[in-house]
Design a protein around this ligand. Structure first.
Ligand SMILES: *Cc1c(COP(=O)(O)O)cnc(C)c1O
Length: 410
């Protein structure tokens, strides 16, 4: 008899985006003429830049000839892409990585979800609250998160990020083995300073913990003092794995390409106290379960490191960040309290008068025909907030601000 993995039965239904869609559809049914603007879902809207499109066309042509056809590539990604990553994303920041420490993938979601396979199922873990749900659900599936009681997982340490602590998670007062950090943060749009990040690296060095650092939004950092990589912190190579993605950086949500950095110095112990480097095991894991992301996607990714590609990607990010500025300033003029949106494409808006997240979501939908994401959907500390994304079209952002203004002054 095949028995089901019973941890799967513990998963909480992820209501968030399904419930948003349901409520928006109900509104549209009763208001068929309304033009609803969605600033809710975290997907990009601007097309791929010309350098990427040209590279993809060339890659398709390669595939059409016997001479340049590419079948299975290296599971770790093509060396030319890994070299471009090392040279462009890390060297300019004084970080020396070897291409063998870079593992190209089909996007950060896969590896942030799979990385837990490197460590024993009974390691303890800590996450920020609110949070990108993948970090928790992937650990529920392998039993590490424990049982769900009173809205929280029994084996998970939650680090609330709220107005009281300026959205800076507090270091746990006990040992945890695994720590998930995402900066710039989805959903709050807030960042960690070098000093704050250094505290985490020192905590991990001291406690022999591993930090899983999701830097999917590093390209949106505008303030030069904010670290783009955890490896800007001394000692981080011993304790941190970093995830990056071309999804938000270059609009690759539909192309699929990202990468994970597992430094050679990163180690973990057996119960008997034997130390092992983790990179060879991640390599082995990938070679066993992953056959590489497509040649065409990797050529597309390589193109963002050309001079034209760099400029074009920068222009698109500037476009989104100008949206963020328009929205942030617009909302603040209306007297709303906003966080984030300065070094990230997300604006975390405090609901006025302690309205709960879902209620404010509905009020804004019915009052202004603008869709946001209820903050509580990202964790208990998100209650009383909504998330707006800057990934929309400029005209939609402006129109949304106009409507919200009109609605709030009614
Ligand atoms: C969008 C996002 C990613 C990237 O996901 P991909 O699988 O690379 O598209 C990773 N982490 C966070 C927090 C995100 O919001």
């Amino acid at each position: 008899m095949a028995l089901i993995n019973e941890h799967l039965l513990k998963l909480q239904r992820n209501y968030l985006f399904a419930d948003i869609a349901k409520k928006v559809n109900a509104f549209k049914t009763t208001h068929p003429k309304a033009n609803v603007i969605s600033l809710g879902i975290g997907d990009v809207t601007q097309p791929l830049c010309p350098a990427v499109i040209e590279a993809m066309h060339r890659a398709v042509d390669d595939m059409a000839t016997e001479e340049h056809f590419h079948g299975y590539g290296p599971e770790q990604g093509y060396l030319w892409l890994r070299e471009a990553i090392v040279k462009n994303d890390y060297l300019p920041r004084g970080i020396h990585l070897d291409p063998s420490e870079i593992f190209v993938n089909d996007g950060a979601k896969s590896d942030t979800g799979n990385i837990g396979e490197l460590v024993r199922w009974d390691n303890s873990m800590a996450v920020t609250d609110p949070i990108y749900p993948v970090y928790i659900d992937s650990n529920v599936m392998n039993g590490r998160a424990g049982v769900f009681e009173n809205g929280r997982w029994s084996n998970v340490t939650y680090m609330p990020c709220n107005e009281k602590n300026d959205f800076v998670p507090q270091i746990p007062d006990h040992r945890v083995d695994m720590i998930y950090l995402c900066y710039p943060n989805n959903p709050t749009g807030m960042v960690l300073s070098k000093e704050e990040l250094r505290k985490w690296v020192n905590y991990a060095l001291h406690n022999d913990s591993i930090i899983f650092f999701d830097a999917a939004y590093e390209a949106y950092i505008q303030d030069d003092a904010i670290p783009h990589s955890i490896y800007e912190i001394r000692g981080a190579r011993k304790v941190a794995i970093e995830f990056r993605s071309f999804s938000k950086t270059a609009g690759f949500t539909g192309i699929r390409c990202g990468y994970t950095v597992v430094p050679k110095e990163l180690t973990a112990e057996t119960m008997q106290g034997e130390r092992h480097a983790l990179a060879p095991f991640w390599d082995r894991r990938q070679c066993t379960k992953f056959n590489g992301t497509s040649y065409i996607s990797q050529r597309a990714a390589e193109a963002i490191y050309t001079p034209e590609g760099k400029q074009q990607v920068k222009d698109t990010i500037a476009y989104y960040m100008e949206n963020a500025r328009i929205m942030r300033e617009g909302l603040q003029r209306l007297g709303l309290k906003t966080y984030g949106g300065e070094n990230a494409p997300y604006i975390w808006v405090k609901t006025p008068g302690n309205t709960d997240s879902w209620r404010f979501f509905e009020q804004m939908l019915y009052g202004a025909q603008v869709v946001c994401t209820p903050g509580v959907g990202f964790g208990p500390a998100g209650e009383g907030f909504v998330r707006l994304t800057a990934f929309g079209r400029r005209s939609d952002c402006k129109e949304a601000m106009r409507r919200i203004g009109e609605w709030m002054s009614r």
